[in-house]
Design a protein around this ligand. Structure first.
Ligand SMILES: NC(=O)c1ccc[n+]([C@@H]2O[C@H](COP(=O)([O-])OP(=O)(O)OC[C@H]3O[C@@H](n4cnc5c(N)ncnc54)[C@H](OP(=O)(O)O)[C@@H]3O)[C@@H](O)[C@H]2O)c1
Length: 256
């Protein structure tokens, strides 16, 4: 299998790249920090795997297309695309910064669109492939202090859901992954309570299993996924009253 993964320089992307490489995938590693990608490619190669480091910014369509072309040229047609690159930081409505919200949508949503757009047509043509999108349980409902992140992940999840239905009768599978909190540099910065935190290698193992079985949907950890699924069923006025209480945790909290 040839797997192209974005956001491979850190956190979930890095751990998943190591795991998929150990399972035999040839890995095309994409992100902006070329030095970290080169280190990872070296680690994978030293362990007997195949890896190619491709510096690329997912918000720049040409940069993504060039990385995909390099991957196809050096490794071959892409069998698996893992759309993982993402950013997340507080965006409280009381301090709405347009550029910050825009940046979050540019990376998490339009970056995913750029990547899928550069890879999916060839998969459809070959009638073979697998697109895996790393969304989030944070896309289930609007969470206080996290308008930008929640909106980006809700949009990514619905985009993937539509694609899955459109591609149903083709050989291209689509998997939506919705993690809860995973210990990575992204969450290391948070100062609010993060229940049911998962270690990054455990997250990578769960995601790799979902990829291997071409599952449509994978939300974890189970307790957090169930809590968030239940939250979706709570009527809006009650949900907003509970979630917006001053004592409820919010992404913009600075202590905890
Ligand atoms: N950690 C969690 O609790 C959690 C929960 C649910 C979902 N997720 C999702 O999981 C994904 C990975 O997050 P993480 O926790 O592993 O965070 P992370 O450690 O901060 O890694 C984020 C990755 O995205 C890459 N990236 C950011 N902007 C990019 C850009 N413009 N172009 C290319 N790559 C870019 C970064 O690489 P460079 O900086 O080198 O470009 C890095 O490799 C994200 O989509 C995140 O939303 C995380």
């Amino acid at each position: 299998m040839i797997t192209f993964i974005t956001g491979a320089s850190s956190g979930i992307g890095r751990a998943l790249a190591l795991r998929l490489a150990a399972e035999g995938d040839a890995m095309a590693l994409a992100a902006r920090r070329a030095d970290l990608l080169a280190d990872l490619a070296e680690t994978i190669t030293a362990e007997g795997g195949r890896a190619l480091a491709l510096a690329c910014d997912v918000t720049d369509r040409r940069s993504v297309e060039a990385a995909v072309a390099s991957c196809e040229g050096e490794l071959g047609p892409i069998d698996r695309l893992v759309v993982n690159a993402g950013i997340g930081s507080p965006s409280p409505g009381t301090d709405f910064v347009t550029r910050h919200v825009e940046k979050t949508l540019e990376v998490n949503l339009l970056g995913a669109v750029n990547t899928i757009g550069a890879v999916l047509p060839a998969m459809v043509e070959r009638d073979l492939g697998h697109v895996i999108g790393i969304s989030s349980l944070a896309g289930y409902r609007g969470l206080p202090g996290a308008a930008a992140y929640c909106a980006s992940k809700a949009a990514l999840s619905t985009l993937l859901e539509s694609l899955r239905m459109d591609l149903r009768r083709t050989g291209v599978a689509v998997t939506t992954v919705c993690p809860g909190f995973v210990r990575t540099p992204m969450t290391d910065r948070n100062r609010f309570p993060m229940p049911f935190m998962v270690e990054v290698d455990d997250a990578a193992r769960t995601i790799a299993r979902a990829i291997a079985s071409r599952r449509a949907f994978c939300a974890f950890p189970r307790s957090m996924a169930l809590a968030m699924a239940a939250m979706r069923l709570v009527p809006r006025p009650l949900y907003e009253w509970v979630a917006a209480r001053p004592s409820s945790p919010r992404m913009s909290d600075t202590s905890g």
